[in-house]
Write a protein that binds this ligand. Sequence first.
Ligand SMILES: [Fe+2]
Length: 446
Amino acid sequence: MTGTPAPHTGQELDAEALRERALAALLTARERTALLTDCVDDHELTAQHSPLMSPLVWDLAHIGNQEELWLLRAVGGREAIRPEIDGLYDAFEHSRASRPSLPLLPPGEARAYAADVRGRALDILGGAPLDGGGRRLERAGFAFGMVAQHEQQHDETMLITHQLRSGPAVLSAPEPPEPVGPVTLPTEVLVPGGPFTMGTSTEPWALDNERPAHRREVAAFHIDTAPVTCGAYVRFIEDGGYTEERWWAPEGWAMVREHRLAAPLSWHRDAGQWLRRRFGVTEPVRADEPVLHVSWYEAEAYARWAGRRLPTEPEWEKAARHDPTSGRSMRYPWGDEDPTPERANLGQRHLRPAPAGAYAAGRSAAGAGQLIGDVWEWTSSDFLPYPGFVAFPYREYSEVFFGPGHKVLRGGSFAVDQVACRGTFRNWDLPVRRQIFSGFRTARDA
Ligand SMILES: [Fe+2]
């Protein structure tokens, strides 16, 4: 149960391959959690860096507590280690703003608790029957995959906390790759009309909201080959983007007025130049980099200004997954093989999106690039269940968020690990949200 897991190429995996993948995913997540929490002192771990975020030490113990609930108690049938702390780390019981005032485990205890849970979880993983039979929670190692995804999603949340915290930089990473050779990408590609398969019924660790696979009719449309860049977004700003009501949905315009928005979050202007604060470093905004930290309202206003619109969620997924040659939908834009550093900017390997035009090896059959990784992409769609949706393993995973209040984001960002990123993966958030690693691309009817 050690070593690098066998590559997943879309073929069904046997129990040992699933066990190896689960182990690797859990270890990768814990390494990242340690990186994000060991780089600051105890005072910074327990401080609240933004009312939008939990103290980092809350995320740390919450990661352990969820792992205990699902792997130790639900799968392993074990007794609770510390039942008295369950309530403290229930995300539905306490708002983020209220979490610093809770009697949270101090950093040393939070680390020890998460490590204790992990040791027992790996014992359970070693003996779990991960074949096709048994309870659904254990089948194909789902619970282990779900817990690894959960930890990685909190790692992304902790990275947002790092972005919002003031003070000098504590994180560093190499720069992402530049586009190779001259960038001759067309600005948009045509996706022909017709049905395609949306969602999945076969991906072993796909979450309830990605299921089941179903056919969707999508009319022909054009979609950008890359996410909208900072340079393009600056043209919107300088053309009165934030001062002219006509580009905005009424709620978006109200948000602009109330908060006096004039640029993406963490941007400011100095001596005629746009600057951006990124993980404690102030730097010039790079024109060819995908724009980041924009709300759904800003994305939508930009699209209207550009004479275009946001893609719908089915359009985004068809542009990303549909292979017109075989007629089937692939796991990723480039095919069924797992992401690699040549294909997508994932896993916090870099601390920023790559310039538009990078990752030629990651382009979809339709010819669109950077759909996976770099920036989360807002779609025009509300977060809704697919036909035949069944909540699993609990309603609070997705079902309670369905409705017009949340908009769907697709594709993952540089801050998303591959275990929590698929062609079918759905993220959702409030349309006012801008601290997340969100960008967008635009589309138009054909
Ligand atoms: Fe959580």
